[in-house]
Design a protein around this ligand. Sequence first.
Ligand SMILES: Cc1cc2nc3c(=O)[nH]c(=O)nc-3n(C[C@H](O)[C@H](O)[C@H](O)COP(=O)(O)O)c2cc1C
Length: 335
Amino acid sequence: MTDISNRKDDHISLAMNAEHQGVAASGFDQICFEHNPLPELALNEISTQTQFLGVELSAPIIIGAMTGGCDNGDMINQHLAEAAEHCNIPMALGSQRAALELGLEQNVRRWAPNAIILSNLGATQLQQHGTDFAQRAVDAVRANALMIHLNPLQELIQPKGDRNWNKVLEAIQQCCEDLSVPVIVKEVGSGIGPSAAGKLIDAGIAWIEVAGRGGTSWASIEMARNESIRERQIAEPFLNWGMDTVALIPRLKQLDNNLKLIGSGGVRHGLDIARCIRLGAQMTALAQPFLEPALQSTEAVVEKISILSEQLRWAMFLTGSQNLDRLTVAPLITS
Ligand SMILES: Cc1cc2nc3c(=O)[nH]c(=O)nc-3n(C[C@H](O)[C@H](O)[C@H](O)COP(=O)(O)O)c2cc1C
């Protein structure tokens, strides 16, 4: 096993541990819909359908990026991919760096021939290896788009993490110009704020996945992996670093009303999905909530998606919203 696949195994087992979840409050519970005791709708008339990258989906839910599929990740990805195909929702791959560097077969299209598949690389891989590397990631899985993850805090705390972030924006811009598919940029739990979003929009990105604070804490996970007392001491004040998903979505929307947004980071159920849509996101992504079902079976992932969709439908019913467009204007209560 390589260093990268060992690291991925650590990440998967630590992400299952509640200690590394919700280290900072996500703020989702502060977003309260006005209850509508007169929905004037039947539950089965409600549609959660939406479009993403030109494709009709059953719900605005993306299976968030977790593994590129090496070693144990292959079984996880099989369950996630088969469920994405069955439920007609997109699946984001985790970093394909190891698979590309080791020349491993990437099997996701065997399990999800038609689903939207999103490739994934770290921004520093792009900075180091350029757009050709990204194109290889996309071609290997016939991806519909590339996700580039920004994770500077994680890299700082991670033993031997990438600490040179010069010219990352330039590499993203080049990638937007040359890649054969749209580029989505995401964080991993510290959020993308208006200043960075403005630069990314100018660079030509198609979508931003917010990935704000309050869900999986990569600072906490990397601190648990870091054996250096000195480095853990330095990292300690940054455990809560970052910006909340629910605060970021409206701010990014304000920055550019046409910006396509994926709400993520601490989304834990269908009511949180409804909250993201109400705040201005068109799509949502959940990573950690899919991990446990993905370790079990395809059926367990399908069941998870079905529960999330039904929770979203209930939130739509209780706000009298027949479709997602109506949900975007459902009244909120401010306390
Ligand atoms: C086990 C695990 C592995 C992850 N690996 C990646 C990755 O390779 N690439 C990436 O962009 N994000 C990765 N993430 C981050 C998620 O995609 C997501 O942005 C973050 O966990 C916040 O969402 P959550 O609170 O729903 O987990 C990973 C998350 C988990 C739980």
